[in-house]
Design a protein around this ligand. Structure first.
Ligand SMILES: [Zn+2]
Length: 403
């Protein structure tokens, strides 16, 4: 395996918040880090330079979707994914295992692999573990993900156990693919039983991957169940290995996971919320369709350095959203990415200063104060928090990961 591509710079290796550096062929990534998602080789509506300006160092693209359209071979012939999408920093690609959940009506799985039917033209893509890694290598990803078989919360335990066994067999086959110069991460499954999570982490760790994802989470489970699964997985992984939690993006969830020792995150939530006119702020979510913003001259967030906040009022952004103006879609996307970029920068600074607990307490208090203020205007406040039946509808897994 050679030298580890990741090292911890501040904090305990085994547990608790930590800062580190992940070295890739296209540069280093300071962790904890949030990766914006460009499923189809673009972070929706955002120029790569603008995405980088929000503090993002690594972005995610979806190898399965790109293999279906426009084709990995075509992207390779055009100079590879970095050149194709105009991003010369690190890129991590998703393997296609998640499509088993998100495109479940369009996919079939057995021990050999996954067959995904294209939602674009109906043609079938067969992903064996070997092929899934080969496609990512062909794209030129800096970090390739192993093929895995996640199951949603509430799945039959026997089915979850079978999917986990399959994930382990696939992990061995993924790791056997020569990947010189590229990193390959394994994915821990194990459903929502901490013992099974721990065992899965140990099985995947035994393959000698360059890093590890905690897969099959953020699929409808309550936060305490997720926290127990995260703790069990971390306990079974090598302490110096980078830990990546897929599909998480609310401030509270990110702070909680960082507190447990997770290093990397991705989610489509910031850009997806932007398309529904929702801005992330330190006080919670601002839904711009609310009449209250029609006369509001303030920026979305006074301290935010993004292009939306530097120049435009909430009143303008609300008007533009109502009018279907694509400029506002773009500005809100950049603002939401900046919100998470700023959060993660503050997290890294706080960890370095030994003040993560204080930062977490402050940010959670700001969210609580925002929820209280919002509650004075409406009965069911919805903001950056756990799913609440009376609150804003949270997007489903497909929307979160692939919007
Ligand atoms: Zn902003």
């Amino acid at each position: 395996m050679g030298n580890s591509p990741f090292w911890v710079t501040v904090g305990e290796h085994a547990r608790g918040p930590r800062a580190g550096v992940l070295e890739t062929a296209h540069g280093a990534v300071a962790t904890p880090a949030f990766m914006p998602v460009g499923t189809h080789a673009a972070v929706r509506a955002c120029h790569p330079d603008e995405v980088a300006a929000t503090g993002a160092e690594m972005i995610l693209a979806n190898a399965c979707h790109l293999a279906l359209r426009p084709g990995a071979e075509r992207i390779a012939a055009l100079g590879g994914l970095h050149r194709f999408m105009g991003w010369d920093g690190p890129i991590l690609t998703d393997s296609g295992g998640f499509q088993l959940v998100s495109l479940d009506r369009l996919s079939a799985v057995d021990d050999e692999g996954v067959v995904v039917r294209s939602p674009y033209d109906g043609h079938r893509l067969k992903l064996t573990p070997e092929r899934a890694v080969a496609i990512q290598l062909e794209l030129g990803a800096d970090v390739c993900m192993a093929l895995d078989h996640p199951v949603p919360f509430g799945a039959d335990p026997a089915a979850a156990a079978a999917a986990t066994r399959r994930t382990h067999a696939w992990a061995v086959r993924c790791r056997a693919v020569p990947a010189d110069g590229h990193l390959v991460f394994g994915i821990v499954q194990g459903g929502f039983d901490p013992e099974a999570r721990l065992a899965s982490a140990a099985a995947v760790a035994a393959c000698g991957f360059d890093g590890h994802a905690l897969g099959g989470l953020v699929l409808g489970e309550p936060p305490p169940v997720r926290a127990a699964a995260i703790a069990a997985a971390i306990a079974g992984l090598p302490t110096g290995s980078v830990r990546y939690l897929m599909g998480l993006a609310t401030d509270r969830d990110l702070l909680d996971a960082v507190a447990q020792g997770v290093d990397l995150f991705d989610c489509v939530l910031p850009t997806r919320l932007a398309r529904t006119g929702v801005a992330l702020t330190r006080s919670g979510r601002l839904a711009l369709r609310r009449q209250a913003f029609a006369d509001d001259p303030a920026p979305l967030e006074a301290t935010c350095p993004c292009p939306a906040c530097r120049r435009f009022s909430r009143a303008f952004l609300r008007h533009g959203f109502q009018a279907g103006e694509i400029l506002v879609h773009r500005l809100l996307s950049l603002h939401n990415l900046q919100h998470l970029g700023t959060l993660m920068a503050e997290v890294r600074e706080a960890i370095a200063a030994g003040a993560f607990d204080e930062l977490r307490a402050t940010r959670l208090a700001q969210l609580a104060a925002g929820a209280k203020a919002a509650g004075e205007h409406r009965p069911a406040p919805a903001y950056n928090g756990a799913p609440s039946p009376g609150g804003l509808r949270l997007p489903g897994p497909e929307e979160q990961r692939n919007a």
